[in-house]
Design a protein around this ligand. Structure first.
Ligand SMILES: [Zn+2]
Length: 431
């Protein structure tokens, strides 16, 4: 049950020995505002009904920044593409509670979060990408600060956090935990000025104010599935950190590690426990004497024990995705798609423009100086391929036409313009 929550600037979720190859305890850091009460008030004002009823599957574009020390790709901590893909697969198995995988459960309070993760296909410059950035830290100047995997990762490489979920893998050192995450609160109404994250002496990195540095970091040893000798080798550190990124607290509540039964995680269906759990205990009890939910991804149990996000946790994550500005914008990111094909457009329609994009109500298509008639046909599709509009017209001279966008649903639309010489496709992002 909910009672109270004492805010902290930086929550250090460490109770056991810090990370080593022979690790003995899970450890993570969450960065969030001093004002978690405001966050909870904000959560309370959002439409939970919409969240719980929506069956829509949300896709989040991911960029994985591999920060390494000069190893060849696939060697040491310059993780192989196979290893990176294994982490994406684990995320999708876990968040979708996929049958036949470790992410499946049949717990009455467990659910399918209907959230999937995809490596980005277009980078911030509009170029094709595989969603993986590799940076040799030995070829860069040492950062003028230390202390956080997220801050250090962002120093080496960072993409627009409103368009991509940045995940850094960082070489593990003793002081770092298994992972770090930023909470989704930075620019919510009323919380704008809360100092959730700071780097002493540094105002911005890559042009982004430090307060807006966003994403999750995972100790490289524990990223994805591997055969390393560890209790944390099945990719669940990534699942856990992204849970924080989407608004989840630890299951025992976050005031200290061996706290009391008065502190909760704001989820009614996660049994209240006084402390984190480690290992895979068979008979751990909650405060009310019922079995503790040690299988929850937001506990500190071993990777092999975890397989549950509860319906209330899912409700929180989807509420954040639907409403928190820098999370919601991820769902409309150009990174979700391959780059637009522009060759034929430039060749046949040098002055063709489709704007504005993103658009709220209408888009305009204009052209100039076309010296010969071209019969054209315009189509609008949603991403399932369903045609929403079909319209024929002629292109000649200099003109523009207006197109009304559907008023409901379909956040991303595909506009296809077919002429005698070319097929032009543009993704229209609807605001
Ligand atoms: Zn955590």
């Amino acid at each position: 049950m909910k009672t109270y929550f004492l805010p902290l600037l930086i929550l250090t979720c460490l109770i056991q020995v810090g990370y080593t190859q022979n690790d003995t305890g899970r450890q993570c850091h969450i960065f969030y505002s001093q004002n978690t009460d405001s966050f909870e008030k904000w959560m309370g004002t959002q439409s939970r009904i919409k969240s719980s009823n929506s069956e829509e599957v949300y896709t989040i574009p991911v960029v994985v920044h591999i920060i390494h020390q000069g190893e060849a790709i696939g060697e040491g901590l310059n993780l192989s593409e196979e290893r990176i893909l294994s982490q994406i697969r684990v995320l999708n198995e876990d968040f979708r509670r996929k049958e036949g995988t470790r992410g499946f459960n049949n717990h009455p309070d467990g659910g399918d979060a209907r959230i999937v993760f995809q490596l980005a296909q277009t980078d911030p410059f509009g170029k094709a990408t595989n969603g993986i950035v590799r940076v040799n830290m030995n070829e860069r100047e040492d950062p003028p600060f230390s202390g956080s995997m997220i801050a250090l990762g962002a120093y080496y490489s960072f993409w627009d956090p409103s368009q991509y979920l940045n995940i850094w893998t960082f070489p593990g050192v003793q002081d770092f935990g298994l992972g770090e995450a930023r909470f989704p609160i930075s620019d919510l109404p009323g919380l704008e000025d809360e100092p959730g994250f700071s780097i002493p002496g540094i105002d911005s990195l890559h042009g982004v104010p430090v307060s807006e540095i966003d994403g999750v970091a995972v100790n490289a040893h524990h990223f994805g599935e591997s055969n390393m000798d560890s209790k944390y080798n099945l990719g669940r550190t990534g699942t856990h950190e992204i849970g924080h990124f989407l608004g989840l607290f630890h299951i025992w509540g976050d005031e200290g590690f061996d706290g009391s039964c008065d502190i909760d995680d704001y989820c009614e269906d996660t049994p209240n426990t006084p402390a984190r759990t480690s290992g895979c205990p068979q008979h751990s009890l909650a405060c009310d004497g019922s079995p503790a939910m040690i299988e929850n991804y937001m506990d500190y149990t071993d990777d092999e024990c975890m397989n549950i996000f509860t319906n209330d946790q899912i409700d929180r994550m989807r509420t954040v995705l639907e409403n928190s500005p820098r999370r919601n914008s991820l769902l409309r990111s150009p990174g979700l798609f391959p780059p637009d094909v522009v060759d034929t457009e430039e060749k046949y329609f040098p002055a063709l423009r489709i704007y504005p994009n993103p658009a709220s109500g209408q888009v305009y298509i204009d052209w100039q100086g076309m010296e010969s008639y071209q019969a054209a046909h315009l189509y609008l599709f949603d991403l399932s391929g369903k045609m929403l509009l079909s319209r024929a017209f002629d292109i000649f001279g200099s003109e523009k036409i207006m197109l009304d966008l559907p008023s409901v649903g379909h956040q991303i639309l595909l506009l296809r313009l077919v002429t005698e010489n070319a097929i032009i496709e543009k993704k229209i992002v609807k605001l």
